[in-house]
Each structure stands twice: as C-alpha cells, then as structure tokens.
Design a protein around this ligand. Structure first.
Ligand code: CP3
Length: 344
C-alpha cells in the first residue's frame, strides 16, 4: 500500500531525511489540557472508557505539537480487567488489581474471545480517531506484552523487581504459563479489533522484559511476542508492529528477526551508536532520548537529540523517548526536542 505518512514509510524500511517523531505517554499529566479533561471524566479509568474524552486527550498533543503519530489513549491494564480482574488506580500511587496467584485464579478468568464486551468503548475511540486525525498522522494502537501484564496481575500492583511474578514462574510454571498463554490469546483478540477499528500500527509494551534472565527472556518475552505477531500478520498482513522489550540490553540485537517485529523501540539503556550497528541493521528502530531531558531541557537536550538523529541517520528511524514522559516535564522542552529533530 503506497503511503505518504512518514511513520508508515519509516516502518516500511525507508530512510527519511528527517525522522518522524512521536512520544511515549504524549497524552498525559505534563499537559494542562490533559489534566482538565481528566478532571471532567472524574478519574483515569472513566477517561479510558469514555470514547469522546479519550479521543479528545489523544488529539491534544497532536494539536499542540503536530506529532507524526497519535497513540490511542487507553492502558495496558484494561486487558486484565476485561478478563475479569478487578482494577482501580490509587491517586499518586498507581494501579491496583485483584491478584492471580494459583491455578484456580487463572481458571476463574474469562476466555480470551470474551474481552471485547469490556473493551468495546476502546474500539469506538479508535474509530473516532481514525476519522478525526490529520491526513499525515498515523494512528497507533497498543497492548501490554503478556509478561509485563502478568507481572501486574500476579502482584496486584506495580513492583520494583517483579518479584511475585518471578516466584510464580519459578514455583508453579504450569500455572504461570497458562496465564501467559491466556494473555497471548487475549492480546491477539484486542489488537486485531483495534486494527479492524482503524489502528494503522500496533505496539506491544513489554516494560519489564529486562527483569527476565536469558532463558526466560527467550521463553516469555521473545516467545509470546513472536506468537502475537504471527497471529496478527496472518489476519492483518499489512499492519506494522512495533515491539518494546524495555531493558533488553544486548538482547535487543536479533529481537526483530526472532519475533517478526517491523520496528524495535529502544530504551535509553543502549547507546544510539551501538543500536545503529546491532539493531537498526535489521530494520526500523524507535527511540531513544532519556525522558529526563523533558524535565531538564537546555543544551543537553539539544545535543543529545542531535546525537541520536545523527547516529540513526543511515537507516529507518522514528524519533521517540526511551520511556514515557513524566508528569514533571515541561511542554516547552517537548517543543525544543521537536524543533531540534525537524530543524537540525
Ligand atoms: O502513551 C500514551 O500517551 C498512550 C496511553 C498509555 C497510558 N499507559 C496512559 C496512562 C499507554 C501506552 C500506557 C501504557 C502503560 N500503562 C504501560 C507500558 C508503558 C510503560 O510506561 O512502561 C504500563 C506499565 C502501564 C500501567 C500503568 N498505567 C501504570 C503503572 C500507571 C501508573 C503510573 C503513572 O504514570 O501514574 C498507569 C496510569 C496511566 N496510564 C496514566 C496515563 C496517562 C496516568 C494516569 C493519570 O492520569 O492519573
């Protein structure tokens, strides 16, 4: 399919003179207009499930900054909720879920094909966005990767070391794998429905991939990602997939080949020079400016942005942060990053 959209061109393997740009968590609390719409919705989950307001917050950073991509406003923890887990957010602390710690807990979850009932409003947001976005802006859908989602379901919250998930994996592997398999299937269902509603690209967030040792990384980061991508490609062969195995380190090398991902998103734990030689040789890469520059700004932001653009300039590259922008970031620094990427 011929396209003029810069993000789709980069994902197809084209080296562009100026890399297209978007930003993880670009709709978020660093923007006053986001905070206003969130207050209107009442709370974060009500915002996610309100197609009109979720469309509005997705569009806010596009209007303000003219990013090349919009990412659907939702959360990776909606899939556990659609599978039957309780989910709530504690202000200032983060997510809480009912825990899944044994076989009975996994068996009590709904089958993967039943996630659509809960997630229907999200598909409506995707349809709204497909109709509302500027012609050059690419719409990205997303889901969490099974390992990362499982870490929240098993612990019932975010954890610094993903300890409870490692414990279940090591002590009751059959139960752990049953949960990973269910999440793999549910993720295929969810992302297929997003694509059918109008998502042009999908991204898999494996935020805690870096805590898996080498063998487990193969089994639970590479394996499920590969299965999800194969299933999506059989249903939607033309939809590119971005994989984000955050913290993969040296295992970033070969990840695209091993999983079939069209693009690998890089955190800031690898240098652009290393990643250009070892990851970009296999295709498009995305990243990898440290998100702290969005707080600190200044000359360091400009020089680091230039260094990244330069290092990836000989292959397909989508400029992005290494992780999500934080609430204490200054929108002026976002504009400075964009001006530096686009203006040299
Ligand atoms: O990037 C975007 O703008 C799209 C929307 C998006 C959100 N979460 C909105 C959100 C995306 C892609 C996510 C992904 C997500 N959610 C991940 C993977 C990416 C990563 O950051 O590693 C994870 C681990 C989650 C789970 C999650 N959601 C946590 C741990 C938290 C609490 C931490 C925090 O930042 O408050 C959330 C809440 C969340 N998800 C917010 C937003 C805008 C903040 C909620 C608020 O407005 O209070």
């Amino acid at each position: 399919m011929a396209t003029d959209k810069p993000i789709l061109r980069a994902l197809a393997g084209e080296t562009l003179p100026v890399p297209p740009i978007w930003m993880m968590r670009q709709a978020g609390r660093y923007l006053p207009e986001y905070k206003a719409t969130r207050a209107e919705a009442g709370d974060f989950l009500s915002l996610c499930y309100n197609p009109e307001l979720a469309t509005e917050v997705t569009l806010q950073p596009i209007r303000r900054f003219g990013f090349d991509a919009a990412i659907l406003f939702a959360d990776i923890l909606l899939v556990p909720q659609a599978l039957g887990a309780d989910l709530w957010f504690v202000t200032g602390e983060g997510p809480r879920l009912s825990t899944v710690t044994d076989r009975a807990g996994v068996d009590a979850l709904r089958p993967a094909a039943e996630v659509h009932e809960t997630l229907a409003p999200i598909y409506q947001t995707v349809r709204n966005l497909a109709a509302a976005l500027p012609a050059d802006t690419t719409l990205i859908g997303f889901a969490g990767a099974p390992w990362t989602v499982a870490t929240y379901m098993i612990a019932g919250r975010g954890t610094p070391d993903q300890g409870p998930a490692h414990t279940l994996k090591n002590e009751d592997r059959a139960t752990f794998e049953a949960l990973i398999d269910l999440l793999t299937e549910a993720t295929v269902e969810y992302l297929s429905a997003q694509i059918e509603a109008g998502a042009e690209v999908v991204k898999l967030f494996d935020s805690w991939a870096g805590s898996l040792g080498a063998a487990d990384f193969e089994a639970y980061a590479v394996g499920p990602t590969k299965r999800i991508i194969a299933a999506l490609k059989s249903r939607h062969p033309d939809t590119p997939v971005i994989a984000f195995p955050r913290g993969a380190g040296a295992a970033y090398e070969g990840f695209a080949r091993a999983t079939g991902a069209d693009c690998v998103a890089l955190d800031d734990g690898v240098t652009p020079k290393w990643a250009a030689a070892h990851v970009q040789k296999d295709g498009c890469v995305q990243g990898n400016l440290a998100s702290s520059h969005m707080v600190t700004g200044g000359e360091a932001l400009v020089s680091e942005t230039r260094r990244i653009v330069e290092a990836f300039s000989n292959g397909p590259h989508i400029f992005n942060l290494g992780h999500g922008i934080t609430p204490d970031a200054d929108p002026d620094n976002v504009q400075l990053m964009i001006d530096t990427v686009r203006g040299g």
